[in-house]
Design a protein around this ligand. Sequence first.
Ligand SMILES: Nc1ncnc2c1ncn2[C@@H]1O[C@H](COP(=O)(O)OP(=O)(O)OP(=O)(O)O)[C@@H](O)[C@H]1O
Ligand SMILES: [Mg+2]
Length: 362
Amino acid sequence: MSKISIRNAVKKYGDTTVIPDLSLEIGDGELFTLLGPSGCGKTTLLRMIAGFNSIEGGDIHFNDTRINDIDPSKRNIGMVFQNYAIFPHLSVRDNVSFGLKNRKTDKQKLKEETDKYLNLMQIMQYADRMPNQLSGGQQQRIALARALVITPDVLLMDEPLSNLDAKLRLEMRSVIRHTQKSVGITTVYVTHDQEEAMAISDKIAVMKDGVVQHIGTPRDIYQRPENVFVATFIGRTNIVPAQTVRGAVCFSDGYQEKIPALEGIEDQPVLCSIRPEEFVICKSGTEGIRGKVKEFTYLGLNTHYYIDTDEGTVEIIEESSIEDELKEGQTVLLKVKKEKINVFDQSGSVNLVRSGAYEKQQ
Ligand SMILES: Nc1ncnc2c1ncn2[C@@H]1O[C@H](COP(=O)(O)OP(=O)(O)OP(=O)(O)O)[C@@H](O)[C@H]1O
Ligand SMILES: [Mg+2]
């Protein structure tokens, strides 16, 4: 098992710098996810850890060993890719035992270990089949068993579920999560699917243009995103301009809410990130952002509203009420759940609420 430290890593392809200066620490046994839009450098970073990409600056350590110049085959890593990359001409059993054979493991141990991972991944009943006689999900289980059988120090996975249909993706998510925890292996997982990242990760690094924007637990990243990019990339949100005045956020229409974490912060124009569930729709009263119901969709448990305000249309999700619904065109007042919303400086790069009360509660 290993912890991984990446310090000031640089990646260039020719004259193009794809990763300018990246540092992060991955704890022993952690499932750590690299998440970000297409082209942000996730695969590039994973390949640097694996040793398939050169490193133009900085250091990567597994525990205390600097691995920059160690051959990929000597790094003791397991890898699982999007396209399974299992051998079509080998049976399921021979695919799984491949790494052990390569290591000249004795026959008895080879059988024991192969059986262990065939059982763990619940593919023992297919052991003698060829890969093309199996479904995508089953093939991905072979790939995972094959990666784990050599007891690697680090498991690297690049979008392992993206070739599977939606139902299988959900199932395989929990297979990966449970397997990773039961084996206790340090894992770096790449995806651009934020829900998948939230569901399986201990920690997530959100990346953009080769730069880490935020490293945190799924909860931290959702509830207190570092900047507007992270707030909009993870889950859904409404960005509403406002102004701070003596620790209160003032919206258009004079509606304001005092936010303890903003106390002492200079008055300034700000951007508020208000998630659909962080609004409260009021049919009457005198305080709130004035709005008009544009449209709504009843979804059983929740109702999904689009409401026009002076600052644009906002998206709101509320638990459906048993009584009458709002009507299209109806005037409403919108309040915010002040303990939940996030407030950024005008450039969207600093979360003014993050250094406040919330973190002290953690
Ligand atoms: N071999 C290469 N030569 C030159 N540029 C490359 C090479 N590989 C990747 N790039 C560039 O580096 C950037 C990062 O690519 P990378 O494959 O790491 O993105 P990614 O985050 O994995 O994206 P995706 O979600 O689409 O897989 C992209 O702009 C890509 O075009
Ligand atoms: Mg990629």
